[in-house]
Design a protein around this ligand. Structure first.
Ligand code: FAD
Ligand code: SIN
Length: 528
């Protein structure tokens, strides 16, 4: 017996998933599944804002150019134009949904971030993501065609191989999901599935991303047969708070956009002058993160300083109320002195390969948001282009599914999840140990500055751990921790494979053995 079937299954309740769900629900019944809570993704944590050309002095061409410069030419121009030209409409829709963007009298207030030649970031103070998540959830809750089930960890996509009448057809019919409360595995069937499961930031020891960013969507699509690309392009945000109690609190790039300086903590030297004298603190993230990493390593520092205390205290408190309150709670007054910061993993630029219609390689499977590689970000994402991508591709997926609905057929009878061969494990410590080990060697061997030797070391560790984890996975009842560990390892393997395949330094991939940039930019595409 198969579980209840909806027209469309959406995996993920962040900006990408809910945008797709809302657009689909105008015509179809949609089921949204989320691991943990409905607000557990990166969307709710976004601080800075959303990039859009809204100022008369700015142009689409400027935004396109800034995106391509940040992306070190690896971006697909067609995608960049597609997204940027739709940005103003996306912002209009969010306003209609009630997102209370900051305003300067009648116009939306625009802040500035690294890599942007103009002010073009709309925001809700310094907590834009929470406001967006709330507005999308309110709209989805009010829509009778949308059912949202939190507490469901999807394990694998359902393909023809899972049909009662086995077929080698790569078509996707939904997903198997662990009900985190009952421990049962449910099969959620649908004619179309939209993957919007976020990034893989938790592959790294230090990351600004939430606990659930374990690359589940990328790993599931890969196992089902979809290509992934540019996984070596892992973005490190330059300014994560350095604090022994709070490990992953972001200090938004808008602090630098509104005049913050990066300083050597002992000499007070404004060191960006030594790395990018023209753009200084507003150079693209890869440049700033590498400069901080260099300072930390060269001078044996634990952190550098980010200082905005030269701005009027009221201005700082008004622009950054969330950060101000958080820091005051930790004994740091950013209106009076500097903030200690370090780089940390922040965004997964690579992912499941999609076209402008959000289609993946697999019939029946669309994907949107951070789990994808759409061609927008190239070798380094421009700040605040990510939420934008979620809105544009969430809509694109819905549009394409609705346009081709009649070509999609109902799922066949599917075999239920086989839980008969497995028993309960009393060895949770194995999972914890492996999880920590992956994150540590990824940080040390596959971080901001890479070498072939370190990448090969990481590849060897991954191979050994994969044997252990697959053995474990085959023998014990699935838990969310085990699902995540398996996916984390899969994502790590894809990152390292891609990094070893790229014999140049470009954007976020900086490797000492190949320090120059090739004339022609090529994607790293991995085929399962
Ligand atoms: P997410 O919002 O991460 O949602 C993923 C969803 O998938 C969640 O609902 C999760 O529960 C679900 N999921 C995952 N695995 C499974 C599974 N196995 N089964 C079921 N469900 C699953 N970008 C900007 O443009 N501007 C910003 O200002 C900005 N600030 C940021 C600040 C921080 C601290 C961070 C971490 C990121 C920031 N980003 C920003 C990036 C941006 O927030 C994300 O890229 C974007 O929100 C991703 O949205 P998404 O819908 O793709 O995924
Ligand atoms: C930030 O606020 O610095 C994050 C912006 C982003 O990740 O795009």
């Amino acid at each position: 017996m198969n579980d209840v079937q909806h027209d469309v299954l959406v995996i993920g309740s962040g900006a990408a998933g809910l945008t797709a769900a809302l657009a689909l629900a105008e015509h179809k019944k949609v089921l949204v599944l989320a691991k943990g809570s409905l607000t557990g993704g990166s969307t709710a944590w976004a601080q800075g804002g959303i990039a859009a050309v809204l100022d008369a002095g700015d142009t689409f061409d400027n935004h396109v150019r800034d995106t391509m410069v940040a992306g070190a030419g690896l971006n697909r121009l067609e995608t960049v134009e597609f997204v940027i030209e739709q940005a103003p409409q996306s912002i209009d829709r969010l306003c209609e949904l009630g997102v209370p963007f900051n305003r300067d009298e009648d116009a939306l207030h625009l802040t500035r971030e690294g890599g942007h030649s103009h002010r073009r970031i709309v925001h809700v103070d310094d907590a834009t993501g929470w406001a967006v998540q709330e507005a999308l959830l309110n709209a989805a809750n009010a829509n009778p065609n949308i059912t949202m089930l939190p507490g469901r960890s999807c394990i694998d996509l359902i393909t023809g191989r899972n049909a009662e009448k086995y077929s080698g057809d790569g078509r996707i019919w939904g997903a198997y999901a662990l009900n985190e409360e009952t421990g049962q595995v449910e099969s959620h069937l649908a004619r179309a599935t939209v993957l919007a499961a976020g990034g893989a930031g938790r592959c790294y020891l230090f990351s600004t991303a939430p606990r659930g960013a374990t690359g589940d969507g990328i790993a599931m699509a890969w196992r089902a047969g979809a290509r992934v690309s540019n996984m070596e392009m892992m973005q490190f945000h330059p300014t994560c708070l350095y604090n022994l109690e709070v490990k992953n609190f972001l200090i938004t790039e808008a602090v630098r956009g509104e005049g913050g300086h990066l300083l050597h903590p002992e000499t007070g030297h404004r060191f960006m002058a030594d790395y990018d004298a023209e753009r200084m603190e507003l150079a693209p993230r890869d440049v700033v993160a590498r400069a901080i990493d260099d300072q930390i390593k060269r001078f044996g520092l634990d952190y550098v300083h980010l200082d905005i205390s030269h701005q009027p205290s009221e201005f700082v408190r008004e622009h950054f109320p969330t950060i101000y309150d958080k820091l005051i709670g930790l004994g740091i007054d950013m209106t009076k002195g500097p903030i200690p910061v370090v780089p940390a993993q922040h965004y997964t630029c690579g992912g499941v390969l999609v076209g402008l219609d959000a289609r993946t390689d697999l019939p029946g499977l669309w994907a949107a948001g951070e789990c994808t590689e759409s061609g927008l970000h190239g070798a380094n994402r421009l700040a605040s282009n990510s939420l934008l991508e979620c809105f544009v591709f969430g809509e694109a997926a819905a549009r394409d599914i609705l346009a081709h609905w009649d070509e999609l057929s109902d799922p066949p009878a599917i075999r239920e999840w086989d839980a008969t061969r497995v028993s309960d494990s009393d060895e949770q410590v194995v999972i914890k140990q492996n999880w920590t080990e992956i994150r540590r060697f990824m940080w040390n061997y596959v971080g901001i500055v890479r070498t072939t030797k370190r990448l090969e070391r990481a590849a060897n560790r991954i191979r050994l751990l994969q044997e252990e984890v697959e053995d474990y996975y085959g023998s014990f009842v699935v838990t969310t921790d085990l699902i995540e560990l398996r996916n984390l390892l899969q994502a790590a393997e894809l990152i390292v494979k891609s990094a070893l395949d790229r014999h140049e330094s470009r954007g976020l991939h900086y490797i000492l053995d190949y320090p120059t940039t090739d004339e022609i930019a090529r994607d790293t595409v991995l085929v399962p």
